[in-house]
Design a binder for this molecule. Structure first.
Ligand code: GTP
Ligand code: MG
Length: 286
């Protein structure tokens, strides 16, 4: 996969021109989390970092809070706004929210796209590290992984959540034959060209199987995937949207993914390797 050359980061005057990074964050009833997570993201002080919230008309008013944050973070932004909000009509599901957000991020010129939850399960503190890894390698995607050495789960996660996560990973890895350790990870940093190669308009999964479908395509398309260990925290405030219909969709969708992409042959499979403690699951395309 083509990667941006160092020249691309250089302006005509020869000064360093940092890449555009967009954090895509779907929200549904995250009113209490959103202001704090936005603050933590902007506190990273990463230049050219943009936050794109995709809210589905949350009954708790998350969308209105997001609009209020625009006034805070876009004040003084000269070249482009630091924050944008997409408002959708009603709960459309995590998968379509990501597709809408990622599509918009690409259209707006993002070089790198972060996907993450709004509930602090995915600590913003990992974003600079993920960015460092993708810039230092030819990785197409960096996954914040709970299931590589060094990764961990919040001790407050009850046994049934642990079991469900473990089972979902085992189930999808067994059916789809993948190497990625954290198949259901929702914390990822994508190179723009990887999302373009996937073709977001083709993604069908709407709930959490979105993560599995994207992971599957990464391996089938021969992307270089690097999993870096993260500590996954339980959500700080609010409620999970992982209800029974979403779980059932994930279960049958896994079979549909296998059937749908049956003609898509795996490109350049490579044995797992390690890179400074990170797990590399698939090699880059030739
Ligand atoms: N726009 C949009 N966002 C959603 C939807 N469902 C979930 N989200 C958001 O997607 C992220 C992940 O959802 P969570 O409910 O935290 O799911 P989870 O992380 O598996 O569950 P917890 O462990 O309880 O946190 C959060 O930021 C949610 O607000 C949806 O239908 N539309
Ligand atoms: Mg969550």
């Amino acid at each position: 996969m083509d990667q941006p050359s160092m020249e691309q980061w250089n302006t005509r005057s020869g000064q360093l021109n940092t890449p555009n990074i967009t954090v895509v964050m779907p929200t549904y009833n995250e009113a209490e989390n959103l202001p704090a997570i936005a603050e933590a993201i902007f506190a990273l002080q990463l230049p050219n970092l943009h936050l794109l919230v995709v809210d589905d008309d949350s009954p708790d008013g998350t969308g209105r809070i997001a609009d209020a944050l625009l006034a805070v973070y876009n004040v003084g932004a000269t070249t482009r706004p630091r924050m944008t909000v997409i408002h959708r009509q009603g709960k459309g599901g995590l998968g379509t929210a990501y597709v809408a957000g990622m599509t918009r991020a690409i259209a707006d010129g993002a070089d790198f796209i972060v996907q993450m939850d709004a509930d602090f399960s995915h600590s913003p503190a990992y974003i600079p590290q993920m960015l460092g890894v993708i810039l230092a390698t030819d990785a197409d995607v960096v996954i914040g992984s709970r299931y590589v050495p060094g990764g961990s789960l919040d001790e407050r996660w009850e046994w049934n959540r642990r079991f469900l996560s473990w089972w979902a990973n085992l189930y999808s890895r067994a059916i789809l034959g993948l190497r990625i350790r954290d198949m259901t990870a929702g914390f990822k940093l994508w190179r723009r060209s990887a999302l373009e190669a996937i073709g977001l308009e083709n993604i069908r999964s709407n709930g959490y199987s979105f993560q599995v479908e994207m992971a599957y395509l990464c391996e089938r398309l021969g992307f270089r995937v690097i999993e870096i260990p993260i500590h996954f925290e339980d959500r700080r405030i609010g409620h999970s949207k992982l209800d029974v219909p979403v779980k059932l969709e994930s279960a049958w969708r896994t079979w549909q993914i296998r059937w749908r992409y049956r003609h898509l042959r795996r490109r350049q499979p490579a044995p797992a390797a390690t890179w400074q403690g990170a797990q590399i699951n698939a090699d880059s395309r030739g």
